[in-house]
Structures are given as structure tokens and as C-alpha cells.
Design a protein around this ligand. Structure first.
Ligand code: PMP
Length: 396
């Protein structure tokens, strides 16, 4: 007898599981080198330092207790000091709100800032986790394409000129996931000015800003306007398991988020928040740790880009990976990246086809390559396999 359950809410209609997650199930075979994953390298996560901090945290029984909804006080203090330096202004602790990863900040903000049907502008290609959140909030989504300098503000201006008024513009300002590019300083200023002129919020989603390779990331968009809510995270510099993200936002926004956070999970984990505070305030250790992550990722990024250039020449154009975790590459010879994937898996390499991130632009010929979890020689081998798969695929 098959059970018939009562119905689920209509808001689930049309929501889909991320295509990337489904692809990752396919690519976990041991004989496949995966450039698909999009995860930081667990080998670089500071397990021993986390263990020391965890021990210290557990010596205080109050860390087993609930904590405040906006986050454990000393963590917010550390974050306020860090963000004051980043934003070149004194950020009061009331403007810091700790979330369960920056993903939860996106989720709570979508409820605080968006009424159903509100217009949200995202980048194309888009961070899929943001798309999922905005779709679940019932937003109307319009995409603005990226170029080498980040979000194309000429296209955003055209949209504004038609009378459209976004409630929120979402941007991944540094080392875009998946697009690899960084919003230029000029565009940061212009985007902040547009936000004030047209009265919209900008969510500056910045989990990768500290992972620069040659030169530090530009001033955050949030440095230019209080309309910009900045999100950051410990996931890429320390470890995702801490689930420590934070937002810097005007107090009214933080109050709204607090009301919803109470309903969502009461509060975060005082244990992992104390661990995070311990590591972030140990500045000498942190500087050395983040430097070493940058160095390793920088070497890997260069190995990947060099291999792509050596084996594909001008048949592939790619971003130069100045930081972050991803290279965005486009076949210029008409190759369909989705069609090539089946052949690539046979040859033992995986990536994510560009259309998995597409909103309204066609990314048939593009792919996202993640360089974080393989060493330089393995990345070279991955690209060699991709070149063989490409050579074995009839031209389209
Ligand atoms: N924003 C972007 C652009 C991301 O790439 C990610 C992680 N993949 C997140 C937010 C969420 O990260 P976390 O919740 O671990 O802080």
C-alpha cells in the first residue's frame, strides 16, 4: 500500500536541487580528477590549531550553552575590529551579525529585504546558492552579465533606465564563483552610487576576498555606501565546518535578521564561534596561515591556467585566476562543454559546464574549473585528459 501524504507548501513548486550537487555525485569516482568540486582543500585547514582552540573553549562550560542570536560577543568584537580595518571606518559591534556560514546570511537577508515578487539583480553566470535563496523567496530575478571587470554596470544602467527598480543587487565582488573575475575599483564606486541614487540594497557577497595571490583585493563595495551589506566567511580561510559567516549591515537590517534568526535556529554555536574568535584574533598565526593558503592556491591556479594555455592555445580563453578558487574557461572553437563532459568523464576528468550557472545568458561553450584540491602535476594531468577528450570529440 503506498502512503498518500498531505500536500507540501506551494513555495516548493519549481525549486530544483542544484545541478552541481547532482554532478558531484557522478564525479566522486576514484579514477576521476575532479575540477568540478568547488571545495577548499581540507589538507590546508588548520586542524591542530582548531583542536587547541576547541580544548580551550570546552574548558568553559558556558560554551555548551546557547549564545546570543547575533553571535558570541567576543567574536563580534574581533570581527568589528577586522572589518573596521577592511572598510577604513569604525564599524560598531551592533553592525556585525554572525550567521551559520554566509549562506545563512543570504537566506535571512532575502526574508528581511524582499517581499514576494520583488526584483533581484544577480550576476550571470550566478552563484547558484544565491539563486536558490532568491528563488525560494519568490523574487523576480534579472541577470546582468559579467565581463573581465565584473558586473556590467552599463547593462544594469540600461535596466534602471527602463524604470525597473531592484530591491537588491547581489554581487560576488572578489574572484567570482563561478566567473573568476573581480569587480574593478571604478565599478565598485559606481555600483555604490547607483544604489544610493536608485534606492536599492547591494549584497556584497565576499567569501574569497582574502584569497588573493599577487595583490590584495580592492576596497570593498561596502566602503563606498551604507546601502551595501557586506558578507564574509571563515569557510575558505579556516574551515567550512565552523559554519561561521558574518554580515556587516545597518543596525535596522541586523535587527530584522535577528528576529528571523531567532525563529530559524535561536542562535549559532557558541563552541565554533569561540574557536573562530580564537583563530581570527591570533593575528600572527592567522597571517602565516592565510599566506600559506594563498601560496598553495596561487601555485595551483597558475599550473591550471598554464596547462590550459599550453594544451588548448587559442581554442580556449580563460580568466587568469588572480585569487579565489575558480577559473572560468570558454571554448572559442564551438565546443559544447555540456556535450564534452560525458567524454571527459570517460577520460577521467570532471568540471562543471557553464550552463549550470546560467540565468539568461547562454554558456554552452563555457566551464568552471576549480583548482583548489589537486596539486600542480595532477592539474596538468587533468587538462591533458581534457585535451584528449576534446580531440576525441567530433567538431560541432
Ligand atoms: N557566497 C559564495 C559566492 C560562495 O561561493 C559560497 C560558498 N560556496 C557562499 C557564499 C557560502 O559560504 P559559507 O556559507 O560556507 O560561508
Amino acid at each position: 500500500m503506498s502512503a498518500t501524504f498531505p500536500p507540501l507548501a506551494r513555495r516548493l513548486d519549481g525549486l530544483q536541487s542544484s545541478a552541481i550537487r547532482d554532478l558531484l555525485k557522478l564525479t566522486s569516482r576514484a579514477d576521476i580528477i575532479s575540477l568540478a568540486g568547488g571545495l577548499p582543500d581540507a589538507e590546508l585547514m588548520p586542524r591542530d590549531r582548531i583542536a587547541v582552540a576547541a580544548d580551550a573553549a570546552l574548558s568553559d562550560r558556558s560554551r555548551l550553552q546557547y549564545t546570543e542570536s547575533p553571535g558570541w560577543g567576543p567574536l563580534r568584537d574581533v570581527l568589528a575590529a577586522r572589518e573596521s580595518a577592511r572598510l577604513s571606518r569604525a564599524v560598531p559591534v551592533e553592525e556585525i551579525f554572525v550567521t551559520h556560514g554566509s549562506q545563512q546570511a543570504l537566506s535571512l537577508l532575502s526574508e528581511v529585504l524582499l517581499d514576494p515578487g520583488a526584483l533581484v539583480v544577480v550576476e550571470d553566470p550566478a552563484y547558484v546558492g544565491a539563486l536558490q535563496v532568491f528563488r525560494a523567496a519568490g523574487a523576480r530575478i534579472v541577470a546582468v552579465p559579467l565581463d573581465a571587470e565584473g558586473m556590467r554596470l552599463d547593462v544594469l544602467r540600461e535596466l534602471l533606465a527602463t524604470g525597473e527598480r531592484p530591491a537588491v543587487v547581489h554581487t560576488v565582488s572578489n574572484f567570482h564563483n563561478p566567473g573568476g573575475v573581480t569587480l574593478s575599483p571604478e565599478r565598485r564606486r559606481d555600483l555604490a552610487n547607483l544604489a544610493e541614487q536608485y534606492g536599492f540594497w547591494v549584497i556584497e557577497d565576499d567569501p574569497y576576498g582574502e584569497l588573493w595571490f599577487d595583490r590584495p583585493s580592492p576596497e570593498p563595495v561596502a566602503a563606498y555606501s551604507p546601502n551595501v551589506i557586506r558578507l564574509s566567511s571563515a569557510s575558505k580561510i579556516l574551515a567550512p565546518t565552523l559554519r561561521a559567516g558574518w554580515m556587516i549591515a545597518p543596525v535596522q537590517v541586523c535587527r530584522g535578521v535577528e528576529l528571523l534568526k531567532q525563529g530559524a535556529d535561536l542562535c549559532g554555536s557558541a563552541l565554533t564561534q569561540q574557536i573562530t574568535a580564537d583563530l581570527l584574533s591570533d593575528t600572527e598565526w592567522l597571517t602565516a596561515h592565510v599566506d600559506s593558503v594563498r601560496q598553495v592556491y596561487g601555485t595551483r591556479a597558475k599550473a591550471l591556467v598554464d596547462a590550459v594555455r599550453a594544451r588548448f592555445g587559442d581554442r580556449v580563453s580563460s580568466t587568469d585566476a588572480a585569487g579565489g578558487m575558480f577559473v572560468w574557461a570558454e571554448f572559442t572553437d564551438g565546443t559544447d562543454a555540456q556535450a564534452l563532459l560525458a567524454r571527459a568523464l570517460e577520460f577521467g576528468v570532471a568540471y562543471v559546464p557553464g550552463n549550470a550557472f546560467a540565468v539568461s545568458t547562454d554558456y554552452t561553450h563555457s566551464m568552471r574549473l576549480c583548482f583548489t584540491t589537486s596539486d600542480a602535476a595532477t592539474l596538468d594531468e587533468a587538462v591533458a585528459r581534457l585535451a584528449k577528450a576534446h580531440a576525441a570529440t567530433p567538431a560541432q
